[in-house]
Design a binder for this molecule. Sequence first.
Ligand SMILES: *Cc1c(COP(=O)(O)O)cnc(C)c1O
Length: 363
Amino acid sequence: MSVLATPSPDNTRARLIVDLDAVSRNFKALQKLSPNAETSAVVKANAYGLGAGPVARRLMKEGARTFFVATVEEGAEVRKALGDAGPDIWVFSGYRAKDRPLYAKHRLGAVLNQPGETAQFRQNPVGPCAVHIDTGMARLGYGAGDISGLLTALQSLDVSLVMSHLACAEETASAQNIRQLERFTALTNALPDTRLSLANTGGVLLDERYHFDLTRPGIGLYGATADLNADNPFEPVVTLQAPILQLREIDAGDTVGYGASYVAQSPRLIATLSAGYADGLPRALFGSGCARINGLRAPIVGRVSMDLTMIDVTGLQQDIAQGAVPEFFGPDLYQAAALDGTLPYEILTGLGARAERIYKGAP
Ligand SMILES: *Cc1c(COP(=O)(O)O)cnc(C)c1O
């Protein structure tokens, strides 16, 4: 077992490369898929971990006029990035009177999810409001039984959007979609004439009956869908580059990593990378996951540790010597999500707590 010269001695920090040009192309693809509706941008959870400021700024440049966040704090951050004269920003989580100063200061739009919120909002309205009705998810929103009272409560309010959310949008054959579509149509018939919104990314991909006036895609912008088995019409946006900290030759019988769980069957060349599960690399990648070096597969060997991951780079020495840096995710995001038993959403939002974020394309 012997250590070779380190190929990139100066760079020890992982980098999360976010391709804003790809985000912009995904936005345009979503617009094309629903040409009769406005395409908004969901940038909650720091734009699914990719950086709400740069992502929202770029999408505003591409023509996005409506944004959604989960919390008022996220809304304040996106407003700072977009400027006071910028597009509308709606807050999903609901209205609390104590947050009124933040709504006013950052010109955020309240989404009213239940009678108590509407009552608080009516006492001292701040701008136009949106109403969320539940059509089959039992998560947020007015229930069918609350609708009659809603009509009275909304009198004298400036309601600019009525929305609901699909539970099974990625399952194209699910009867739940039709059920929710029918409920949404029936319930909104009773409400004042206003813009309607039902579709997230999966809803955009269903068909035009789900598009209404405004679509609310998130994950599609960031290069994925919720269905790991379907064709993905979106472009990958995120790559985690992990520099090589050490390079070593090991012999047959040598072990790698915690638990000595990998045993080399033959002499191998092993690279230790500066990224681990604290950077969002799922531990479940051990066994079948890989990094890419110049697009070539380099299998993960040994368990992923908190800060470090070892990969088998046998045969890739020349690429490494020429400066190629190992990369995770990119086109392998779906595979990583499948191995981790999760979805691209969870992988993306878990990335980049420590990595340096680098943006490709102007924000
Ligand atoms: C997160 C969210 C979206 C975006 O969903 P994607 O599946 O990422 O497109 C849309 N609407 C609501 C209410 C959400 O919470």
